[in-house]
Design a protein around this ligand. Structure first.
Ligand code: SIN
Length: 556
């Protein structure tokens, strides 16, 4: 069992109590909250921004499920396993693809309005790695926003779900048996629950989303600072597959120094027939893979990067001019608007695109019920690693994973509640006090972490580039410790976020440097081949007593 660490925080100024505390308000978090209510459990949803501000809202493409004629869960399973490059947990994928179609029907029953054809049937599109049309979408390219709208509306009608917005989660609280018993958090608001507080609960569910903000350019919103993975590591939980960061191939290129959240150009644009071309108009994906532009995402991202290197270009182009104005306006209104907002008109010109960090395929390790290695702590959605994505997530499997595994967690909690295995917990304050405090870096560390990570641990990486990044991150941690001794940094949201980013970046590099092969989302310049004999296995990361992340290959 790893040592536990905590963010330095003042003693909680207020407390609240519930049955299940859910951190995060994306599809996974809200689905857990709505479903535990069916078992008569009270839920509290804690979210860092406001209820509809998580990553779900930004999802454009859709949700994958075998709903079309001639399709089957088995075919969806095959495509998922191929994309996952040998590291998917096949049984977890089976749960995903067999439960998927009904989970979508239940989402429709909750109120989500998906796009339908003239015959009234739900429309299906294609994305990279799928051999069938199996992606449901809403508002053309605003699927996440519609799902979020429907779930938020359902949550608002349930008086048994309490909400705390503008709340950054800090650390896990446990009882004397080491069972999760609640959380500390910092609410940035006014009124009764302001500042650092504690929520006591019978179980804790983390659905905090991703960690894309460890890189300079990402499709993730500013709130995606790896808070859930950092919390889990500090609490002693195991995380896995952190090295498998997925880079989305087609992110609108806004210049060499563009930082922060970048506009996505959905795979569905390629699914509907747009071509990837270089500056000479050559379709470079043709002949590289049987699916050309619709190859799995890792293959397309690597091919774009390679072409950019060969030609000394800063980006490639996505050409959808042949769609015509009506298709752009009706099928891709969000993308059309965001391109035009940046001075590009996809109806008359190709869109400049380049890969950017998009999705963490790894995360807090869970079983098929969403249980982590710590009793009473569950995780689902992007923060979790259920095993369904392997080394590279298949497009549009993420919202589906959030839905399906949120339902699995709710079922597990309901069963434990019925069996009397989910009693009220007494928070062990001594356990919290015994944990070691993590020095807080100044908030400026955030930009430095992003710069180091983008330079050394992007699509292309090598032992040398990662050693530079690791040294830079170690220096930041050392400086934070020095400064903390002299004058502790203010415990504020930006310093806590900087501490979380520094920790998850350090853990990610530790795992990525160990994996001496090229698999899934990344490309090792010094180990260009996949090495199944040594590396067809996961790396499990925990924190050592020193606070340093340690990655250990799983036994084969
Ligand atoms: C996209 O629309 O291209 C993103 C979908 C996904 O990440 O699954």
């Amino acid at each position: 069992m790893s040592a536990t660490h905590r963010l330095t925080a003042p003693a909680p100024g207020w407390t609240a109590t519930t049955d299940v505390v859910v951190v995060g308000s994306g599809v996974a978090g809200l689905t857990v909250a709505l479903n535990v209510r069916k078992a008569g459990l009270r839920a509290m949803v804690v979210t860092k921004a406001v209820l509809d501000e998580g990553s779900t809202r930004w999802a454009q493409g859709g949700v994958a499920a075998a709903l079309g004629e001639g399709d089957s869960p088995e075919q969806h399973l095959d495509d998922t396993l191929v994309a996952g490059a040998g590291l998917c947990d096949e049984e977890a994928v089976r749960t995903l693809v067999t439960e998927g179609p009904d989970a979508i029907r239940r989402l429709i029953a909750t109120g989500a309005l998906f796009d339908r054809g003239e015959d009234g049937e739900v429309l299906l599109t294609r994305e990279g790695g799928h051999h069938r049309r199996r992606i449901v979408h809403a508002g053309g390219d605003a699927t996440g926003a519609e799902i979020s709208r429907a779930l938020v509306a359902a949550v608002h009608t349930d008086p048994g779900i309490e909400l705390i917005e503008h709340a950054l989660v800090l650390d896990l609280l446990t009882d004397a048996e080491g069972h999760a018993a609640g959380l500390t958090l910092h609410v940035m608001g006014e009124g009764q629950r302001d500042g650092v507080g504690a929520v006591r609960a019978r179980a804790v569910v983390l659905a905090t989303g991703g960690m894309g903000q460890v890189f300079s350019a990402t499709t993730n919103p500013a709130v995606s600072t790896g808070d859930g993975v950092a919390l889990a590591l500090r609490a002693g939980a195991a995380v896995t597959d952190l090295e498998f960061v997925q880079f989305h191939p087609t992110v609108l290129w806004l210049g060499p120094d563009a930082e922060g959240q970048q506009p996505l150009v959905s795979e569905a644009v390629r699914g509907e027939g747009a071509h990837l071309v270089d500056a000479d108009g050559v379709r470079f994906m043709v002949g590289q893979h049987e699916l050309a532009e619709l190859a799995p995402r890792d293959i397309v991202a690597k091919a774009i990067t390679q072409r950019m290197l060969e030609q000394g270009a800063e980006h490639m182009y996505l050409d959808g001019r042949h769609f015509g104005a009506e298709m752009w306006e009706h099928r891709f209104p969000t993308i059309l608007a965001s391109c035009r907002a940046h001075g590009i008109d996809p109806i008359t010109e190709p869109i400049p695109v380049a890969p950017a960090a998009h999705y963490a395929s790894g995360g807090i390790r869970t079983d098929r019920h969403g249980r982590t290695s710590l009793p009473g702590l569950y995780a689902c959605g992007e923060v979790a690693c259920t095993g369904v994505h392997g080394a590279n997530r298949l497009a549009s499997n993420s919202l589906l994973e959030g839905l399906v595994f949120a339902e699995q967690i709710a079922e597990d909690l309901a069963a434990r509640h019925r069996a009397g295995e989910l009693p009220e917990r007494t928070v062990d304050v001594d356990a919290a006090r015994a944990a070691r405090p993590v020095p807080l870096p100044p908030s400026e560390a955030r930009a430095e972490v992003q710069r180091l990570m983008s330079r050394g641990v992007g699509v292309l990486r090598s032992a040398a580039s990662m050693a530079d990044t690791a040294a830079g991150l170690a220096l930041l941690a050392e400086q934070a410790a020095h400064v903390a001794e002299a004058k502790p940094a203010d415990p504020r949201v930006d310093t806590w976020e900087a501490a979380n980013l520094l920790l998850v970046a350090t853990a990610l590099v530790a795992a990525a440097a160990q994996r001496e092969e090229t698999r899934g989302c990344h490309w090792r310049e010094d180990f260009p081949d996949r090495d199944d004999a040594h590396w067809r296995r996961h790396l499990i990361t925990t924190l050592a007593a020193s606070g340093d992340p340690v990655s250990t290959p799983e036994e084969q």
